[in-house]
Design a protein around this ligand. Sequence first.
Ligand code: FPP
Length: 243
Amino acid sequence: MPLSELLEKLRARPLPKHVALIMDGNGRWAKARGLPRSEGHRQGALAAERLVRFLARERLVPYVTLFAFSTENWSRPREEVEFLFRLLEGLIREKLREFAEAGVRLRLLGDPAPLPARLRAAIEEAEKSTRGNDALHLAVALNFGGRWAVLEGVRRALAQGLAPDELKEETFRGLLPTAELPDPDFIIRTGGHMRLSNFFLWEAAYAELYFTPTLWPDFDEEAFTLALLDFQGRTRNFGRVIT
Ligand code: FPP
């Protein structure tokens, strides 16, 4: 079925509000072609760029989070870590204008302190200049970890001197680094592994999970649309009995 028809089908039913993506498989994509891992990441960045363009244009989902670098990714070879940071910085600098004009609002999700100063500066500039946009809220999870996020919430609660019985679920939700984002309804992981790898933990409580063997550089607009159609076929009961 052509993409236009798939999209038409998709728009006829409720869509998720927040889709989060674990972009896995860049390394294997490159290896399968006898290319260096860096080439896999370069193609992965192109795939992310295409998807953002598509989402800003089609306005299918108002909130999207891309898991770009986890708190565990620091243990990769130094050259790979530096390459990823340079790639991201270049992408933000080159595409900021286009994405800002398309109505994208960019936000960093994660601890910025250990990131290179140049990358931090590019992100801050992008956050500032896209603050008023709302066609697509794009969060880039960078130096992010689900456990880090929960601990941040706990630290903030302690810093505010909250008493144990004052700490309700909603209060705590508002203290998490994701406070401004709705909980993800749908988490997609490419690359064939079926795990969350310390991505959203608290926020993922009722998320529908979708795992595909497709490697991230091959995950295109059609693949994303098919994933959303799969989401629409699911029954979500949030722990209740649906009669
Ligand atoms: C996983 O592939 C990918 C990453 C750790 C980095 C993701 C980064 C990008 C796609 C760059 C662009 C990012 C944005 C936000 C535009 P892997 O190296 O773990 O692959 P493997 O499992 O096959 O080794």
